[in-house]
Design a protein. Structure first.
Length: 127
């Protein structure tokens, strides 16, 4: 699961924004620092969503050449499960990227098998 990020120069820094989480921002001076700060910002936002049990937006498609933060398969599974639980509790289910939030994709098992162990970065999102 890849969340796209937008990186723009901002003086001596690079500013990171998240199309799927409008309030989340990060900055860094180098490429490595910027991506690390972006991963931390995404981790913080997701922790908030998990703590509050809010449905989490599914990632927008990553455009060609666009940077992204990739979640490991365990975190992706937590998102699917939280969205399913949230949808059932509030009785409001909607389509996201052609998929009902109460459902896992038809190829979910295959996707999990292919992506298990893919960590970039390793986010700790216990809830």
């Amino acid at each position: 699961m890849q969340y796209p990020i937008d990186i723009k120069p901002n003086g001596e820094f690079f500013l990171v924004t998240f199309p799927d989480f409008p309030g989340a921002i990060a900055q860094g001076q180098s490429s490595e620092e910027t991506l690390s700060a972006a991963a931390d910002a995404l981790n913080t936002v997701l922790e908030f969503y998990f703590d509050e049990k809010f449905p989490i937006p599914m990632p927008s498609p990553v455009e060609s050449g666009q940077s992204f933060i990739e979640l490991n398969s365990g975190d992706a599974e937590r998102i699917f499960l939280l969205n399913r639980m949230s949808c059932q509790e509030i009785g409001l289910c909607h389509r996201t990227e052609g998929l009902l939030n109460t459902e896992q994709p038809d190829n979910y098992g295959q996707w999990m098998q292919e992506h298990r162990g893919t960590i970039s970065p390793d986010l700790d999102l216990d809830f």
